[in-house]
Design a protein around this ligand. Structure first.
Ligand SMILES: [Zn+2]
Length: 441
C-alpha cells in the first residue's frame, strides 16, 4: 500500500530505512529477498491515542505490555496520552520520568503528548523544546484528579503560549454542563445504572456539540490547530464540515469502538464497553463511517485505555461506577478491515486512516506512516482473508478484559517490522525491545 497506489511492488530496505520503491520484479542484485506473496504489505500503523499508564500506574498497563500488543497488531508507533501516568506529563521533569520508565521496555517506537491543565501554561514552551509533538487537554473531569480540566480562559492562555509553534492541541471535547445536568436528573429519577442506555443518556450529544462549537471558535480566533479526539457524536459533523470549509485548522479522529459497536447491542452491566464520549447508536455509527469515507474524519485510533479489572466493577455492572476506557490495542487492523469489507470499502484506504494521517498529526510525516523512500522501514504484513476469533491469548496487553473478546474478526497480522528489523512473526516476538522515542524535530 503505497501513498498513491496499491499493487505489486518491491520495497528496498537498507538498514533502518526504505531507500526505494520499485516494480515487483525489480529486485536489486545481491539483495536478500523476502517475498510476502499475495498478502498486503502496509506501512506500520501509527496510533496517536494510547494510554500506557507508566510510570505510576504500571499495574494498569505499561510500556512492555502495551508495546507488545502494538507489535502484534502491526502498530509500530504509539503516542502516549499524558494523564494516566504519575507524574502526569505536564512539565519537563514528568516527561523525563516517562523517558526513564520506558527505557529498555518499548517494542515499538513511541512519543509522549504533553498535557495542558489548569495552571501549567508556563511549562508548555519547555515541553515543546523537550520534543513533545503536541498537547492533550480535557474540557470535563478526566477521571484523574491530578490532570485538571480546562475552561475557555485556560484554553486561550494555552493557545497564546503556543502561538507560532506548530503543534496540535488535542482536546477531549465534552462540555461538563450537559453531562452534569443529565446525570443529576437520571439520579433524581433513580435510574438503573446497569443499563447502557442510562449511561448513554448521561453523556448526551449536546456535550460534544457545545464543546466542539467552542473549539471551532478558538481555533478560528487563535489560528490554532485543534484536533478533536475520539469524536462520537455524528451530530457534530455538519459543524466541523462548515468550519473546515472556512479554513479553520481542525482535524478529527474517531475510534475503533465507535466504528464497531452500537449502543443498542451493548448488554446490561457490560462495563468493558464504557468509555467517554460513549458509543452511540447504529445510525450514528453509519454516519461516522460516511464521514470517514468522505474525508471529514481524518483518522482512526484505538484510545486503548485499560485499568485493573476490579475497577471495571463487572460484578455490580454499574456504568456510573466503572472506570471508563476500552482495551483494544493490537486489534485495530482486523476490526476496521472487517467493518470496511462489510461496507464494500477498498482496503487501500486503511493506510491513510491508520498510518499516514496520524503520522502527520504527530509531525512524523516523511519518517513514519508510509511506504516511501526516506521513511523508516516500518512494515505490517497482513493477510486480509484470515478469519479468527479473539481469545485471551491473542491479547498482549496487561489485562485480558476487552469487548472484542470472543468476537469474530477478518484479517490477521502475520509479521511486523520496525526500522528494518522483524519484531513479530508467527505469533512470536523476536529479539529484544528496540523501540525509540520519536521527538518533534
Ligand atoms: Zn483517551
Amino acid at each position: 500500500m503505497l501513498p498513491d497506489r496499491s499493487g505489486p511492488a518491491t520495497i528496498v530496505v537498507e538498514g533502518e530505512k526504505i531507500v526505494r520503491v520499485s516494480g515487483w520484479d525489480e529486485v536489486p542484485d545481491g539483495a536478500v529477498l523476502r517475498d510476502f506473496g499475495r498478502h498486503c504489505l502496509l506501512p506500520g500503523l501509527v496510533d496517536t491515542h494510547v494510554h500506557i499508564n507508566e510510570p505510576g500506574r504500571s499495574d494498569w498497563e505499561g510500556f512492555r505490555t502495551a508495546t507488545r500488543a502494538a507489535a502484534a497488531g502491526g502498530v509500530t508507533t504509539l503516542v502516549d496520552m499524558p494523564l494516566n501516568c504519575v507524574p502526569e506529563t505536564t512539565n519537563v521533569e514528568a516527561l523525563e520520568a516517562k523517558r526513564s520508565a520506558a527505557r529498555g521496555k518499548a517494542w515499538v517506537d513511541w512519543a509522549a503528548w504533553g498535557g495542558v491543565v489548569h495552571g501549567n501554561a508556563d511549562s508548555l514552551p519547555d515541553l515543546v523544546r523537550a520534543g513533545v509533538p503536541g498537547f492533550k487537554c480535557f474540557m470535563i473531569h478526566s477521571g484523574i484528579d491530578g490532570f485538571a480540566w480546562v475552561d475557555e480562559s485556560d484554553l486561550r492562555v494555552a493557545l497564546e503560549r503556543l502561538k507560532g509553534v506548530d503543534v496540535p492541541l488535542l482536546v477531549h471535547a465534552e462540555a461538563a454542563g450537559p453531562v452534569n445536568a443529565a446525570t443529576e436528573s437520571l439520579n433524581a429519577a433513580h435510574a438503573g445504572w446497569r443499563s447502557y442506555s442510562i449511561y448513554l443518556a448521561s453523556r448526551p450529544d449536546e456535550a460534544e456539540l457545545d464543546a466542539i462549537a467552542l473549539l471551532i471558535r478558538l481555533a478560528d480566533e487563535c489560528n490554532a490547530h485543534i484536533h478533536i479526539v475520539h469524536l462520537s457524536s455524528a451530530r457534530a459533523l455538519p459543524l466541523l464540515d462548515a468550519a473546515r470549509r472556512r479554513g479553520v485548522r481542525l482535524s478529527v479522529e474517531t475510534c475503533l469502538h465507535n466504528l464497531q459497536f452500537a449502543s443498542e447491542e451493548i448488554p446490561d452491566g457490560a462495563t468493558e464497553f464504557k468509555c467517554a464520549p460513549p458509543i452511540r447508536d447504529a445510525a450514528n455509527r453509519e454516519a461516522l463511517w460516511a464521514a470517514l469515507e468522505q474525508g471529514l474524519i481524518d483518522m482512526v485510533t484505538t484510545d486503548h485505555s485499560p485499568c485493573p479489572p476490579a475497577m471495571k466493577r463487572r460484578e455490580e455492572g454499574r456504568f456510573d461506577q466503572a472506570w471508563g476506557g476500552v482495551s483494544s490495542l493490537g486489534l485495530a487492523l482486523p476490526v476496521v478491515w472487517m467493518a470496511m469489507h462489510r461496507r464494500g470499502i477498498g482496503i487501500d484506504r486503511i493506510a491513510e486512516w491508520m498510518a499516514a494521517a496520524p503520522a502527520r498529526l504527530a509531525g512524523f510525516q516523511g519518517h513514519k506512516g508510509q511506504l516511501a523512500a526516506g521513511a523508516d522501514a516500518d512494515l505490517a504484513v497482513f493477510d486480509p482473508e484470515a478469519a479468527w476469533t479473539v481469545t485471551p491469548e491473542d491479547l498482549h496487553f496487561r489485562h485480558k478484559l476487552s469487548p472484542y473478546l470472543g468476537g469474530e474478526l477478518r484479517g490477521r497480522v502475520l509479521e511486523t517490522w520496525l526500522r528494518g528489523r522483524q519484531i513479530f512473526a508467527g505469533n512470536e516476538f523476536i529479539g529484544e525491545p528496540g523501540g525509540r522515542e520519536q521527538v518533534r524535530q
